[in-house]
Design a protein around this ligand. Structure first.
Ligand code: SF4
Ligand code: SF4
Length: 90
């Protein structure tokens, strides 16, 4: 009997963080709310992303920005064979 094929959609890779400097007023709220130390302030107070790989996509930064100046962009969705993925790791 052939194996059952279970397909699933996943997102692999790191999230992209876009700061729209024309909207950002360098208030530091996004940096203060980030629970993962992803964000820090540059010399002018604008957010930068030294800890990008630690982003957990909680969107606290996005939700607390009063100026809609920061956006979290997830990686592309990928369709994968779950069975093949599980057994490839054994
Ligand atoms: S989504 Fe969450 S973890 Fe990622 S940068 Fe924003 S606040 Fe930090
Ligand atoms: S919360 Fe918004 S306006 Fe304030 S520093 Fe972050 S991106 Fe800029």
């Amino acid at each position: 009997m052939g194996k059952a094929v279970q397909m699933a959609k996943i997102r692999r890779g790191i999230f992209e963080i876009k700061v729209y400097k024309d909207l950002c007023k360098a208030c530091g709220l996004c940096v203060a709310w980030c629970p993962q130390d992803v964000l820090a302030e540059d010399e002018l107070g604008f957010p930068v992303t030294p800890g990008l790989s630690q982003c957990i996509n909680c969107k606290l930064c996005e939700r607390h920005c009063p100026d809609f100046a920061i956006e979290i962009i997830p990686p592309e969705e990928e369709v994968i064979d779950v069975h093949a993925l599980v057994y490839a790791r054994k």
